[in-house]
Design a protein around this ligand. Structure first.
Ligand code: C2E
Ligand code: CA
Ligand code: CA
Length: 763
């Protein structure tokens, strides 16, 4: 995460820097074009201004030139004619005063006033035949513009026309340029005198207004430009303000200059008018980027945190039970070493209490799993009140808990604690508005913190013994406790040796199969056999399947046993071919959960070349609980291949009668527990009746298991069930005794009585 965060920050920084660089360049270019445009505008204004004024001057001079050819200015003309010529409308429109002067410089104006200009340079220039223009200061603030044009008659200069424009602005107004409103414009003389301007600076000299940045070099250059009439644009410091100044010489004048200037700040401000929205847009862009980045990063962070949380949760749940938050089996194993290390200095022994909630499965089936969960949580809350902080408390199975109690040294102390717990469970529970009564079975033991070799005690030692006594309690003293003692120790040792020996039972040929007949009480004939495994151990003698099958299921050896039994069942079925029998075999849930189990059974079925319906698989409802869909599919596959399916021990599981119709089964075997009491208890009789009736509706066969007496046969027959299996017909027998079973049945048929075979043959 740190690296990731850094990477993100790094890329963000890079993008930000790139954006900033881009932004700065963009702004600069926007600014430059704006300033450039303003400067160009000034330059153009100046050039246009200069040429427009030049044109205006020429126009004015033309008016005078036309006038000069008037006969009224010949030598013979009288003063009256001259005055009337000068007063022409056309002329008066252009000039404020017009005068004619003879070569001596004496003249008369359009109003008849006299004047003498013989010594004036403009007059002298005119006498030399040069049209010219000059200025004359008439007051401190006013300047007059004078135009002088020679009067030529017969190729001889006979005088001059002098005209005055008392307002130079007239020239601008009459020219198309005019004066701009925002920038400064003026006309200067080469010596810097301001002849006219659209701003008020008094009659200052332009050069006085300049504060040259680099001494006088800049000033001198401007003066040179003014004299040569050059055009230029540059930044100038004038008084307090920085200006961009553009100037250009006006042709046809006595070195007049047209100058336009603009406040640099205002150019800047104008540029800013474009720049500011750009900056604003740019900032929005950056902000948008940051926002997007922020959310992107936040999203990533959220994802990362969720991942971490999930991982932590996963890690947590490998050691803790999500329902009760107690350490699970792994969690207890992990904590045990630390626990024993801490307490073995304080005391030499402790107690272990393993408890199992009785009948939790039926609570789940009756009230739903939710109710079962609530019950467990409530139980844990109650238990926590008696489990001290020095004790270790965990959930090691679905309905199994362990409490390791520190410092217990006597059996009476341990028994006291165990009793306290059983009492806790006996108090009724209120689950989903219902009062529920349950109990718990306990296996408890004392243990020393060090083993026989003075090493810290191993958890497995405690767990093995604890579970052993717990199972004993569940089998014999439900709702009560059993303390571990020496006898159990020996039993455990035997158990361990048994488990070891079982693994070699098949290769030592100690695991034959017996066959128990299934009998039709109506036709009085054998319809099939159930294959039942037997362990004849050389070391331990005869061990019942009730004992070794659970052992094999625990160790996984059941798969080998299963295959071994299938071989016996199928070869027996083959040997019985032609008798129309069905040989059934039992399958453990563990076998049925194997992925290729059905394929295996079918392949062996085909290998033996068996007829359809000659074999049946017996499954219990617990097989279906594990994985209903998958197991159902497998059973359907077997059925399609001609293998019958029996539902074994019917009535002991969560048997829902309506549920039966969804299962791919051919027959149900009513559990022995119902048959046991069918003669004495009406309820059992009713249940059996109901099962048989319903099975009939669903087209299922019914086999009554564990039939031991004639009365029982009569009862199930009355209820409509004629298929019987039980000691009354025959105990399970080795294959070589099967003919005896047949002959026994034959005999009894003739004597109309089926006799008991006596104790199960040990082969
Ligand atoms: P199960 O499948 O319900 O088999 C019927 C059990 O009832 C057999 O016990 C049989 O001997 C016994 N039984 C039959 N008739 C009577 C009777 O009239 N009275 C009494 N008291 N008992 C009767 P068994 O052979 O001891 O088997 C016990 C259980 O072990 C079987 O119950 C079955 O669940 C399991 N088992 C036996 N063989 C195998 C096997 O090859 N594979 C698997 N997976 N389980 C097996
Ligand atoms: Ca069975
Ligand atoms: Ca059974």
């Amino acid at each position: 995460m740190f690296l990731q965060k850094n990477k993100a920050l790094f890329s963000m920084t890079i993008v930000t820097i790139l954006l900033l660089i881009f932004g700065v360049f963009f702004m600069a270019s926007v600014f430059k074009t704006e300033v450039g445009e303003r400067t160009d505008f000034l330059k153009n204004t100046t050039a246009q201004g200069a040429s427009a004024i030049h044109a205006e001057i020429l126009d004015h001079l033309d008016v005078l030139r036309v006038l000069s050819s008037n006969a009224a200015f010949s030598q013979k003309a009288n003063a009256g004619d001259r005055i009337s010529a000068l007063s022409q409308k056309e002329v008066k429109r252009c000039f404020s005063v017009v005068a004619y002067c003879d070569p001596s410089g004496v003249g008369v104006t359009d109003t008849g006033s006299r004047l003498a200009v013989g010594d004036k340079p403009y007059f002298q220039k005119a006498l030399q035949g040069i049209c010219n223009i000059s200025d004359r200061q008439i007051s401190r603030t006013e300047t007059e513009i004078l135009l002088a044009v020679p009067v030529i008659h017969n190729g001889v200069v006979t005088g001059a026309l002098i005209a005055a424009l008392d307002d130079i602005g007239q020239l601008f107004q009459e020219s198309s340029v005019g004066f701009g409103k925002t920038e400064y414009r003026c006309i200067l003389k080469e010596d810097g005198t301001i002849l006219f301007s659209n701003f008020s600076v008094g009659m200052a000299n332009f050069f006085d207004l300049i504060q040259p940045a680099d001494g006088f070099e800049q000033l001198n250059k401007i003066k040179e430009d003014f004299i040569s009439g050059a055009s230029k644009t540059q930044k100038l410091q004038m008084k307090e303000t920085t200006m961009v100044v553009s100037y250009s010489g006006i042709e046809g004048t006595d070195s007049w200059i047209f100058l336009a200037a603009d406040d640099y700040k205002s150019i800047f401000a104008k540029a800013n008018r474009v720049l500011l929205p750009s900056i604003f847009l740019f900032l929005i862009l950056i902000f948008g980027f940051f926002l997007a980045f922020f959310y992107f990063f936040k999203l990533k962070k959220l994802k990362y945190e969720t991942k971490i949380r999930n991982e932590e949760q996963k890690k947590y749940f490998t050691f803790f039970d999500p329902l009760t938050n107690l350490p699970n089996r792994k969690g207890i194993i992990r904590q045990f070493d630390v626990w024993i290390d801490r307490y073995r200095k304080e005391s030499s022994s402790g107690g272990a209490v393993l408890l199992d909630v009785d009948n939790l499965r039926s609570i789940n089936n009756t009230f739903g799993h939710d109710a079962g969960d609530k019950l467990l949580r409530e139980s844990v809350e109650r238990l926590k009140k008696v489990v001290g902080s020095q004790n270790l408390f965990g959930r090691i199975g679905s309905d199994e808990f362990i409490i390791l109690v520190h410092g217990v040294s006597s059996e009476s102390e341990l028994a006291f604690f165990a009793r306290k717990i059983t009492k806790i469970f006996r108090q009724s529970y209120l689950i989903n508005g219902l009062v529920v009564q349950i109990s718990c079975s306990i296996g408890a033991l004392l243990f020393s913190y060090r083993d026989e070799n003075r090493k810290p005690r191993k958890f497995e030692d405690i767990l093995g013994r604890g579970e052993f006594v717990l199972n004993k309690a569940k089998q014999t003293r439900k709702g009560n406790y059993i303390l571990f003692n020496e006898t159990y120790g020996n039993q455990i040792d035997r158990q361990i040796r048994l488990e070891r020996a079982l693994k070699f039972s098949i290769e030592n040929e100690e695991l034959p199969c017996y066959f128990q007949p299934q009998y039709n009480s109506f036709t009085k004939s054998i319809t099939g056999f159930e294959t039942l495994a037997r362990w004849k151990s050389t070391e331990f003698g005869m061990i019942s399947p009730g004992q070794f099958i659970p052992m094999a299921e625990k160790s996984g050896f059941i798969k080998e046993i299963g295959r071994h039994v299938i071989e016996s069942a199928f070869s027996f079925a083959k040997s019985m071919e032609g008798r129309h029998l069905t040989v059934s075999f039992n399958a453990s849930p563990m076998e049925l959960l194997e992925a290729n189990y059905a394929d295996y059974v079918i392949s062996r079925f085909q290998y033996y070349g068996l007829q359809p319906n000659s074999v049946a698989i017996e499954v219990t409802e617990s097989c279906l609980i594990e994985s209903f869909e998958k197991v159902t599919q497998k059973l359907m596959m077997l059925k399609r291949h001609g293998i019958l399916v029996y539902l074994d021990d019917f009535g002991t599981g969560f048997s829902s009668l309506t549920y039966l119709k969804n299962l791919p089964i051919n027959a149900v075997k009513i559990d022995k527990s119902f048959i046991d009491e069918i003669v004495t208890k009406d309820v059992e009789k009713d249940i059996v009746r109901m099962i048989i009736k319903l099975a009939g509706r669903l087209n299922l066969q019914v086999i009554a298991e564990g039939v031991e007496t004639e009365d029982q046969i009569r009862c199930v027959s009355d209820a409509g069930c004629h298929l019987i299996q039980g000691y009354f017909i025959s105990r399970p027998v080795p294959q070589e005794e099967v003919p005896t079973v047949f002959s026994g049945v034959q005999k009894s048929r003739t004597s109309e009585l089926v006799r008991e075979n006596g104790p199960e043959s040990t082969g």
